[in-house]
Design a protein around this ligand. Structure first.
Ligand code: NAD
Ligand code: TYD
Length: 358
């Protein structure tokens, strides 16, 4: 992509990572028009974008990627120059209770976007315009689970275990199939676990922060031995910006924090930070740790080798985990209203009245 290209569709821009991507693109590229398409499920929240919602280069469209007719019309109306696709159902535990919703949004929704993108790209190619790209955001969970050693590389075979990771793996396969079959210019990135502001409090870190704040039990699955590789969400947004503009068509990039933590060790660090911030006696928050029944099919360890992205595009994470976690805790403590509104469903009621789905 070069600066002459202007209309960029970001799907899922009202969610956790999407809102950071939209904010970055709107602020950094005033010459672009950023169109944020989001269904506003329980996980999507326009209050995540309050600081940029009135900017001239930002447009919000409420809509569902599973609706092929709507998606086709949207592409015809805007004639996008590029797509960054983040919209998804994203929570593993929800995928275990309701797999079909994950198939619909993550697989069918992605194929609808690919079909619309293919038609638009063909039309643009016939007009002599050749720099369209479809960038699909995926997860390291498609690679399955590691033992004590090793890292996921871009060549690690897919081995998804949860309905969530199976749906993301399937969507990745479709994206590659559209590149191989139709030559649609696609790029994929697979990232490790993100943390930071605007993270919905059903995921481990914001859930634990919320529970510690309210002196409620912190549920740790199994023995807390599972390992995740945590990346600050703004570093992921920076990587997405870089890959969207400079990534090689047809390629895959792994993104990770080089920052592995056992869940139980992470929770202990979080408890220490929270005791400090809330002026509690050391050990108060840790007393809330409660070991609960393990997640079915719980992957033991994820860890990413991001050397390709570091070498080829000169990306690296900007923050140490302790610093990022402290920043995150401060954000949640300073944004109590946001936390209360997302947990009570108040935002959903408000948006359902404000925005009729197209
Ligand atoms: P999220 O659940 O916070 O946000 C998803 C967004 O998609 C929400 O705004 C939701 O309203 C929207 N959405 C859901 N279904 C939709 C539909 N049918 N049509 C239109 N919009 C819809 O998710 P997230 O954590 O921000 O993840 C974003 C993307 O990044 C996902 O594709 C996910 O697989 C991927 N990813 C996430 C992580 C992570 O740690 N969170 C790590 C790697 C990759
Ligand atoms: P999660 O935030 O759901 O991300 P993912 O499953 O996509 O990695 O979970 C991170 C880790 O924390 C994972 O090993 C499951 C574990 N976990 C708990 O121990 N307790 C919880 O309440 C949650 C939500 C997750």
């Amino acid at each position: 992509m070069n600066k002459a290209q202007k209309k960029v569709l970001v799907t899922g821009g009202a969610g956790f990572i999407g809102s950071h991507v939209v904010r970055r693109m709107v602020n950094k590229y005033p010459e672009y028009q950023i169109i944020n398409l989001d269904k506003l499920t329980y996980a999507g929240n326009l209050s995540n974008l309050k600081d940029i919602e009135n900017k001239a280069n930002y447009t919000f469209v409420r809509g569902d990627i599973t609706d092929a007719i709507f998606i086709d019309k949207l592409f015809e109306e805007y004639l996008f120059d590029g797509v960054i696709h983040l919209a998804a159902e994203s929570h593993v535990d929800r995928s275990i209770s309701n797999p079909l919703e994950f198939v619909q949004t993550n697989v069918l929704g992605t194929v609808n976007l690919l079909n619309a993108a293919r038609k638009l790209w063909k039309f643009q190619s016939e007009q002599g315009k050749t720099n369209f790209r479809f960038y699909h955001i995926s997860t390291d969970e498609v690679y399955g689970s590691l033992g004590a050693e090793g890292l996921f590389t871009e060549d690690t075979p897919y081995d998804p275990h949860s309905p969530y990771s199976a749906s993301k793996a399937s969507s990745d396969h479709f994206v590659r199939a559209y590149y191989d079959t139709y030559k649609l210019p696609t790029i994929i990135s697979n990232c490790s676990n993100n943390y930071g502001s605007y993270h919905f409090p059903e995921k481990l870190i914001p859930l634990a922060i919320n529970n510690i704040k309210n002196m409620k039990p912190i549920p740790v699955y199994g023995k807390g031995e599972n390992v995740r590789d945590w990346l600050f969400v703004e570093d992921h947004a920076a990587a997405i910006d870089l890959i969207f503009h400079q990534g090689k068509i047809g390629d895959t990039y792994n993104i990770g924090g080089n920052n592995e933590w056992k869940n139980i060790e992470l929770i202990h660090l979080l408890c220490k930070i929270m005791d400090n911030k809330l002026h509690r006696t050391e050990g108060t928050s840790a007393s809330l740790i409660t070991f609960v029944k393990d997640r079915a099919g719980h992957d033991l360890r994820y860890a990413i080798d991001s050397s390709k992205l570091q070498k080829e595009l000169n990306w690296k994470p900007s923050l140490q985990f302790e610093e990022g976690l402290e920043k995150t805790v401060t954000w949640y403590l300073d944004n109590e209203e946001w936390l209360n509104n997302v947990t009570s469903g108040a935002y959903m009621e408000y948006y359902n009245e404000q925005y009729v789905r197209r």
